[in-house]
Every structure is written in structure tokens, then in C-alpha cells.
Design a protein around this ligand. Sequence first.
Ligand SMILES: [Zn+2]
Length: 226
Amino acid sequence: MRRDFWKKNGLAVTGILCLLIAWQGRAMETVTGQESVVPEQQEARKVALTFDDGPSEYTMELSRGLKERGVQATFFLLGENMEERREMVEQLVKDGHLIGNHSYHHVQLNKLSKEAAKGEIEKTNQLIREWTGEDPLYIRPPYGAWSQELENVVDMIPVFWNVDSLDWKLQNKERVLCCLSGQVEEGDMILMHDGYQSSVDAAFALVDQLQNQGFVFVNVEEMILE
Ligand SMILES: [Zn+2]
């Protein structure tokens, strides 16, 4: 009877014993070892929130709310929307956000001549440079349309996205949240737009949700340099 038991369950019992020994060894290590062992699941999971097409009348509320939540986001600004909004751009920087370029007229850059594309990018860079004192390094090409040729035209890093909130289309906080829910993973770049109240509300709710799940928000630069 006993032999039968071991025959049938010997492997399983041995496995459990090994696990117990290993666990005890680990526990001893934790107590006596000098190195602190941080379990993997407790490490910060980084995500980046990016906002295109601004600034707009909703940008300041968004910037303030993100700051209150300790979130640094990246704003890819549109030159034509920046005009007359210098204070907003300055405030974005004060609130700790990173500023990038989204062209001047929201054009598909790879369809333009080299000179025209360069002009679109440079005109917006000039405003950013003049108002913030910083030369922007990152560009989000409208429609994600980029080309190798453009890399040679400007000395900037194109930044795309892998999670699209579709906020411009849905224009509804709950639907945007629903679209993003369960989709976000470590290392994601989330695309949103700061031109809608619903996007601002959805961004705050998303940040609250993801921070509760242990996510940490970083700007695009920090994400890329990782
Ligand atoms: Zn855009």
C-alpha cells in the first residue's frame, strides 16, 4: 500500500519538498543576506502619456491635473495652435512636461518636398525654442507618416505610439476609458489629444486607475532612454 503511494505520488511529494527547501533557503537569504531582493512585480511599470495637436483651451486644466497627480507627460504641439498661447506653452514646461513638435499645419510630412517639410518642422521648432529656451528633440509626425529621407532633413527623433485611445473619435470619457481598459502594458506609449474636455477627463481617470495598479508615468525621453 505504502509502496503504491510512493509509486504514484513520489514525484509530486519530492517536488513539494524541493519547493519547501528552496523557499526556506530564500527566506533565510532575505533575513541574513545584505542584498535586498525586490520582487519583480514590485518594480515600477513605466508608461508614457502623449498628447497631440495642442495647445487648446483644455490644455491648462490637463497640465495642472497631471501635475497634481505627479505625472510628467509629453505634449507634441502644433505650431498654428501655439500662436497667441505662449503662456500655456511656458506653463506646460513649468509643470514638468516635455514639449515636442507636431508640425506647423498638421500636414503629412512625407508627402511634401524636403524644403516644405523642413519649413513645417522648423517653424514650430522656432516657436518652442524661443518660448522655452529649449531646442525640441522629439517629433510626432502627423498621421505617423515619416520617411528615411526626413531623418536626413531634420535632426530630430520621431516618436510614434502603440496604444491609440481614439479619443478624438469617441469624444466620450467612458468610451475612451473602455477602449483603453486592460490594453495598457509596461513600456506603452499612449496617444491622446488635449483638444477635448472628454480627453482631459479620461486622462485623469486613466492615470488614477493605472497608478493604483502600480504604473508610473514618464515622459517620452525617459521611456526611450530606458
Ligand atoms: Zn495630430
